[in-house]
Design a protein around this ligand. Structure first.
Ligand code: ATP
Ligand code: SF4
Ligand code: MG
Length: 329
């Protein structure tokens, strides 16, 4: 029996069509997410992480269009689903904790009521006393995410930032999805709360055999929590592999430079080497390898031809670079 990945993203390109330009936010990106595993997607601001996530759940803003690719969830292409079918898939099969999610709740409705709406709308309840059953589920969800079930009728403003984030995660888990996409879920939180939320996501991942895509620009958070890591640069996935491989045997110059900018990751350095320069404008990206203007190893070929993903240290470690693994002086 061939085991298929929970999620397979193949050759995804998503662009934003503006009046005078086309922003190539995501180009030819491919990766997989396994059941019960967490994939961390990292890269500097504007490299296309959120656009990948919004493409998967098909909630792009009007200017955003998926140009090529397939997105297979349990071997079914989400891009072939009708709008109505996709509406059903969201929350039921794949749910999403938005970047800046803490403002996601409606301030004039209590939190529990908002979660019951998701449960009822998605038809997750068979019983005749639907509302009563939905409230029972909300209480259970509160317990799962470490919130006091007595507080289900509290309003969003009565919750702290960390509690709100737990409630958002409860809502994302309301229909027992297979895949959870968490876009910068801990960025706005202090480090202690951040750690607790990360532990919660890890627990849910294990208890529910949940596939998770964890998006962040902070590699040290990924080092702590993810089994797999994908590094994005300027709309491209430049390296993907297990966390151990990426952090100890990362082969793309950008990966290496990004890791050096987070000294706490390997625990052996006491100074930071900040990344020089800024990512390019994706309305007019550099030719060839998009990293070449910042890359200390760039050669002529890098400016002319796009490097494709190639197997590096194992079948699951892929790198897009002509000089993968070479030492950066
Ligand atoms: N609605 C939009 N219209 C036009 N361009 C957009 C839109 N949303 C994003 N972009 C552009 O697409 C590119 C990728 O943006 P995206 O938000 O996916 O990056 P990101 O990696 O999530 O960044 P951040 O870490 O800041 O959240 C950027 O160049 C951004 O300016
Ligand atoms: S392909 Fe060339 S420019 Fe791009 S990362 Fe590799 S060496 Fe640097
Ligand atoms: Mg983002």
């Amino acid at each position: 029996m061939i085991l298929v990945a929970l999620l397979e993203v193949n050759d995804l390109s998503t662009h934003y069509f503006l009046k005078e330009s086309r922003v190539r936010a995501v180009d030819n990106v491919s990766f997989t997410v396994e059941r019960g595993k967490m994939l961390g997607l990292a890269g500097e601001s504007g490299c296309g992480k959120t656009t990948v996530a919004l493409s998967i759940i098909r909630m792009l803003p009007p200017a955003g269009k998926i140009i090529t690719g397939e997105i297979l969830l349990d071997n079914i292409d989400l891009l072939k689903k009708s709008k109505e079918e996709m509406r059903k898939t969201r929350w039921l099969d794949v749910s999403y904790v938005f970047q800046y999610a803490m403002n996601a709740f409606n301030p004039v409705m209590n939190v529990g009521e908002q979660i019951t709406e998701v449960i009822i709308e998605k038809g997750g309840i068979k019983s005749r006393s639907i509302k009563k059953e939905a409230w029972k589920q909300v209480r259970e969800l509160f317990e799962i995410v470490g919130l006091d079930p007595e507080r289900v009728k509290n309003y969003p403003h009565e919750f702290s930032g960390g509690m709100k984030q737990r409630a958002i995660i409860a809502m994302a888990m309301a229909c027992n999805p297979k895949l959870l996409i968490a876009d910068e879920p801990v960025t706005a939180l202090d480090v202690i709360v951040e750690k607790k939320i990360l532990n919660l996501l890890k627990k849910l991942q294990k208890d529910f055999n949940l596939g998770v895509i964890f998006i962040t620009h902070d590699l040290s958070v990924i080092a702590e929590s993810c089994e797999e890591v994908g590094i994005m640069y300027a709309g491209k996935l430049v390296e993907v592999g297990s966390a151990t491989t990426i952090f100890h045997n990362g082969a793309h110059p950008y990966t290496k430079m990004l890791i050096k900018a987070f000294p706490s990751i390997l625990g052996e350095k006491t100074y930071i080497e900040p990344l020089e320069g800024i990512p390019p404008d994706l309305a007019n990206p550099p030719t060839g390898c998009r990293f070449h203007p910042r890359c200390p190893l760039a050669i002529d070929e890098c400016k002319k031809k796009v490097p494709f993903f190639k197997q590096y240290s194992s079948s699951r470690h892929l790198v897009a670079c002509y000089r993968a693994g070479e030492k950066i002086i």
